[in-house]
Ligand binder design. Structure first.
Ligand code: 5CA
Ligand code: ZN
Length: 420
């Protein structure tokens, strides 16, 4: 599928130190390049949207976070391979399409287009590989066929609806040197069971070898879309195998960063990694990076709850995208936070002050501020500290002479994606 327009990213003299990111799997900060290969190629997979409702601030925050990873790597002179999926066939999408009386394909297409427009407005660099679940079925079928042959996947007997042929992953049989249950999330079984039930899993399904075993292939049901799955029979793919296969088909193994919101740590990223290890005996990614949840009025912002602040609505109301981006950068990516109108007003004031101050800057202050921004960003993407550094600079009286303004404007754009 096509993604969206590539923004111009200015090239700026100098470069950032090696980016360190917090790895959920190890619980530590981790360098995203070896010390002796700071400009090595980098690769990233970020879990994309399920397109049944418009982009809200939670999504925007997550994709802007990984855009900062992307920009920091580019600034270090690294070439970046970036893939993102679209979960364009899944239960919530089909349910919403049914409820609205529209074709699920039309709903998905419309929402994906809205997402593209929002990402472009927010100055997010697109992935080179933007791939829908439906497009990935041809890759996924042989992978699940092999898992079946290896007895790492199995068919369960018909459930209450009498449909035969659902295929599950044998979690415990699949453990090997590259992956064990908990390798990514480090959760205990109790916690896993809770999240599994909450986030699309079916611990109660009878006939599974273990309650946590995730679905790989769902046999065709009346009224649901389905595809020819070769030896799997007709049906549609499970969720974790979708991302696992798209990532492995389009990126090196293991790739540098697996990204998404913290709601994806378990079961999604745990099992995406498990499927890769079961098929290929290698780790899926070197670093698992998760963003905090953005909420509104005391609750996680979510399509299912409906408490949404939409990027498209704010844009339509005349809010400048650069201001929205400045709000997102004002919160550290790993914290959970709540969207408020005050945050938006503060960001508006900051952007105005930065623009005013950017009329004149000496080369020295530009270089100093850029160094400071680079240092903060390399330290687990400390964007709030980078913005504070810009505030401090903006509060100082401007030098009367200087030709640093363009350098600074370019640097703030290249590193933070803020076009001032
Ligand atoms: N299609 C799957 C991933 S394969 C999915 O989770 N789709 S989503 O539309 O629900 O979310 C898209 C991305 O936004 C995911 O990375 C998710 O973790 C993130 N996300 C969803 N809600 C929030 C939120 N309230 N705050 C921060 N990030 C969020
Ligand atoms: Zn995913």
């Amino acid at each position: 599928m096509h993604a969206w327009k590539n923004p111009e990213v200015p090239q700026v003299v100098g470069s950032a130190p090696i980016l360190e990111l917090f790895n959920t799997a190890t619980g530590n900060l981790q360098a995203t390049a070896p010390a002796d290969a700071a400009t090595a190629d980098a690769s990233m997979y970020v879990c994309g949207i399920t397109p049944y409702d418009a982009t809200h601030m939670g999504h925007a925050s997550t994709y802007v976070t990984f855009d900062l990873v992307h920009r920091t790597w580019l600034d270090s002179g690294r070439s970046v391979a970036y893939s993102q999926n679209i979960t364009d066939v899944d239960d919530p999408l089909l349910e919403r399409a049914n409820a609205n009386g529209v074709d699920w394909r039309d709903l998905a297409e419309e929402q994906v287009q809205l997402f593209r427009d929002d990402m472009e407005a927010l100055n997010v660099i697109p992935p080179q590989n933007y791939i829908g679940a439906v497009e990935s079925i041809q890759w996924l079928v042989p992978v699940v066929e092999e898992l079946l042959e290896a007895d790492l996947a199995y068919r369960v007997p018909a459930g209450a609806d009498g449909v035969e042929g659902d295929i599950y992953f044998d979690t415990y049989a699949a453990q090997n040197d590259a992956w064990k249950l908990g390798s990514v999330s480090n959760y205990d079984r109790e916690t896993m069971l809770g999240f599994f039930a909450e986030r699309g899993g079916d611990p109660q399904r009878t006939g599974k070898r273990d309650a946590l075993d995730p679905l790989l292939w769902r046999a065709a049901r009346d009224g649901e879309p389905s595809w020819d799955g070769g030896k799997l029979g007709t049906g549609r793919p499970g969720w974790h195998i979708e991302c696992s296969v798209i990532a492995r088909k389009t990126l090196p193994a293991p790739f540098t960063v697996q990204g998404g919101g913290s709601d994806l740590i378990f079961p999604h990223h745990e099992f995406s990694a498990a499927h890769a290890a079961a098929s290929d005996q290698h780790e899926l990614a070197q670093t698992y990076v998760h963003t905090g949840m953005v909420g509104l009025d005391g609750e996680k912002m979510s399509k299912s709850l409906g408490n949404l602040v939409l990027v498209s609505k704010l844009r339509a109301a005349g809010v400048e995208p650069v201001t929205i981006r400045a709000v997102l950068l004002s919160q550290h990516y790993r914290t959970d936070w709540f969207w408020t109108d005050e945050l938006l007003a503060t960001a508006q004031g900051r952007v105005a002050a930065w623009r005013e101050r950017l009329k004149v800057a000496s080369e020295q202050e530009a270089t100093e501020l850029l160094n400071s921004i680079r240092t903060h960003m390399a330290n687990d993407l400390d964007a709030p500290a980078a913005l504070n550094a810009i505030d401090q600079w903006a509060a100082k009286p401007s030098a009367n002479l200087g030709d640093g303004a363009q350098l600074l404007r370019d640097g703030i754009d290249a590193l933070l994606g803020l076009k001032l």
